[in-house]
Design a protein around this ligand. Structure first.
Ligand SMILES: C[S@@+](CC[C@H](N)C(=O)[O-])C[C@H]1O[C@@H](n2cnc3c(N)ncnc32)[C@H](O)[C@@H]1O
Length: 471
C-alpha cells in the first residue's frame, strides 16, 4: 500500500487505544489517530509508518461524533492538559474502561476477566492538588495572537504544547487546580517579567526561571509554592515570596528548588525554604499527611480518599496480618490500612518520602507501621531480608510508578508468597504485563476496579486484587 509519511487518508474511527488515540483500519492495517473519537469519520495525515501499524493526525473531522461537547477551556486543542474535555464524562469513563480491557486482553492475554466500571471522580474540574507550570523563552502563539505584539514573545509561563518541549502556552486560566492557583500563576508571571532574569532555555541550558509548582491541600486549604530556578537569587526570591503570601493567607510555604543542570523535571538538587514551614498538610478521611515539594502524593485529593478506602475494602484484613506496602511514597496506603492490620511495613526509594511517611505516622499516632528506604528490586532479595523483612507478608500492596514492577521485584513478590496481593497501578499496560507473570505462577485475579483519578485525560488508575491459588 502506498501509505507513506505525509499521505492524507479518509478514515473511520472504530475504537480507542491506550494513550487516547482513535483506532481505524485501512486495508487491514491498524492506524492510531491522534485527535479523533470513536464513531467519527476524519481526514488524517500519516505521521509515522511501521510494518504493522501507522500513526496519523487529524486534519479535518468530516463527520463528528454526535456525543462531542463544547470544551470549557479556551485553550482546548492547543494545550496538552485535557485532551478529552470535548467528550462527556460518562463517555470518558467508557473509553478508560475499554483501555483497561484492551490492555488486559492484548498484553496480559486475559480474556475471561471481569473489569468493573470505573469509579468516577467526585469532581471533574478543579480536582488537582498539584500543578506544574514551565517557564520558557519561546511562547506558543495561539491563532488570535499571531501578528500582534500584545505580549512579549520571548517569555512564557504555563503548560507545554504537546510535542513541543521548547514551546509553552502562556495561559491565564486553567480549570484543573483552583482559582487561587490561577492567581499565583498570574502574579508569578507579572513578577518574573519585571526582573532582569531570563527563563531557562532548553537548548543553550542558560537562564534563571525554570518551573512554578503549586501544591494545595484541598481539605485544609494550605498552599505551597515551589519555584524551580537554576541558581539562588535570595533578594528576588524573598520579594516574590512576599508577593505570593500577600495573595492569600492560604499560602503557608514558599520554597525554592535549585537545579543548575539540564533536566526536564521540576526537581531541584537543593531546596531552600524561603518562607513558612516547607510543607503543607492535607487531610484524607481520618488521617492527615505532610507533603513536601518533591514527595509523591496522589494529585486528585477527593478521589485519592476513595481509592484508599477501596484498597482497604479489597484487602479484607482481619487485624492479624502483616502487610507489605511496596513503593509506599509518603505512607498513605499503609496508614489507611494500619487500623485493620497487625503491622505494616513500607518500602520506598526516596529519602524525603520515607521521612514524610515516618512523620505522617507520628502525626496520626499510628504505631504499627515501619518504613524502610530502599529499592524494591534490591531490598527484598533473600540475603537482604534481615530484621524487619524477615517475616513474609500475609498481604502485599504494590503501587509502582508507570514503568511497573521491575522483573526482579516480581520474582521477590512470588518468592514471598503473600496470600493476597493488591496491585495499584497508574498504567494499564505495565499492569497487564506484570499480572501475566504473577498469574502464570501462583495467583488468580479476583477483582479489577479502575478508578478515575484524572478526568479529561486518558489516564486511569486500576486496583487489582489477586489471591494465591491453593497448591
Ligand atoms: C505511584 S507512587 C505510589 C506512592 C504511594 N503508594 C501513594 O499512594 O501515595 C510510586 C512510588 O514509588 C517510589 N519508587 C520508584 N521506584 C522505586 C523503587 N525501585 N523502589 C522503591 N520505591 C520506588 C516513588 O518514589 C514513588 O513514591
Amino acid at each position: 500500500m502506498g501509505l507513506r509519511r505525509g499521505t492524507e487518508v479518509e478514515l473511520e474511527v472504530e475504537d480507542i487505544a491506550f494513550g487516547g488515540k482513535g483506532i481505524a483500519r485501512l486495508d487491514g492495517l491498524v492506524i492510531f489517530v491522534e485527535g479523533a473519537l470513536p464513531g467519527e469519520q476524519v481526514r488524517a495525515r500519516i505521521r509515522r509508518r511501521k510494518s504493522d501499524y501507522a500513526e496519523a493526525t487529524v486534519r479535518e473531522i468530516l463527520s463528528p461524533s454526535p456525543r462531542r461537547v463544547v470544551p470549557r477551556c479556551e485553550y482546548f486543542g492547543i494545550c496538552g492538559g485535557c485532551k478529552w474535555q470535548n467528550v462527556p464524562y460518562e463517555e470518558q469513563l467508557d473509553f478508560k474502561w475499554r483501555e483497561v480491557r484492551d490492555s488486559f486482553n492484548r498484553i496480559g492475554g486475559f480474556r475471561e476477566v471481569t473489569i468493573e466500571r470505573p469509579l468516577p471522580s467526585p469532581e471533574i474540574f478543579f480536582y488537582r492538588n498539584k500543578m506544574e507550570f514551565a517557564f520558557s523563552r519561546q511562547r506558543w502563539l495561539i491563532p488570535e495572537e499571531r501578528g500582534t505584539d500584545e505580549k512579549p514573545k520571548d517569555f512564557a509561563l504555563g503548560l507545554h504544547v504537546p510535542g513541543r518541549f521548547d514551546k509553552v502556552l502562556d495561559l491565564d486560566r486553567c480549570y484543573l487546580q483552583s482559582e487561587l492557583s490561577n492567581r499565583i500563576l498570574q502574579a508569578t508571571r507579572d513578577f518574573a517579567r519585571t526582573r532582569d532574569l531570563e527563563p531557562w532555555d532548553t537548548r543553550t541550558h542558560s537562564g534563571f526561571w525554570r518551573y512554578l509548582v503549586v501544591r494545595e491541600g484541598k481539605n485544609t486549604g494550605e498552599v505551597m509554592v515551589n519555584l524551580v530556578t537554576s541558581r539562588r537569587e535570595e533578594g528576588v526570591m524573598r520579594e516574590l515570596a512576599e508577593v505570593l503570601c500577600n495573595l492569600s493567607p492560604k499560602v503557608v510555604s514558599v520554597v525554592n528548588n535549585i537545579q543548575p543542570r539540564p533536566s526536564s523535571t521540576a526537581f531541584g538538587e537543593e531546596e531552600w525554604v524561603v518562607w513558612g514551614r516547607g510543607f503543607i498538610v492535607e487531610r484524607l478521611g481520618p488521617f492527615s499527611f505532610e507533603i513536601s515539594a518533591n514527595s509523591f502524593f496522589q494529585t486528585n485529593t477527593r478521589q485519592a480518599e476513595r481509592l484508599y478506602r477501596k484498597i482497604v475494602e479489597l484487602a479484607e484484613l482481619e487485624g492479624r496480618e502483616l502487610v507489605y506496602d511496596l513503593y509506599c511514597g509518603t505512607g498513605t496506603i499503609g496508614i489507611f490500612l494500619s487500623p485493620h492490620a497487625r503491622r505494616v511495613l513500607g518500602v520506598e526509594l526516596l529519602d524525603n518520602a520515607v521521612a514524610n511517611a515516618r512523620r505522617n505516622c507520628e502525626r496520626n499516632k499510628v504505631t504499627n507501621c515501619t518504613f524502610l528506604k530502599g529499592d524494591v528490586a534490591e531490598l527484598l532479595t533473600l540475603e537482604s531480608r534481615r530484621g524487619e523483612l524477615r517475616e513474609p507478608p500475609d498481604v502485599l500492596v504494590v503501587d509502582p510508578p508507570r514503568a511497573g514492577v521491575h522483573p526482579k521485584g516480581l520474582r521477590h513478590i512470588l518468592a514471598l508468597q503473600p496470600r493476597r496481593i493488591i496491585y495499584v497501578s497508574c498504567n494499564p499496560t505495565t499492569l497487564a504485563r506484570d499480572l501475566k507473570v504473577l498469574c502464570e505462577r501462583r495467583y488468580q485475579i479476583k477483582r479489577i476496579l479502575p478508578v478515575d483519578m484524572f478526568p479529561h485525560t486518558y489516564h486511569i488508575e486500576t486496583i487489582v486484587r489477586l489471591d494465591r491459588k491453593a497448591s
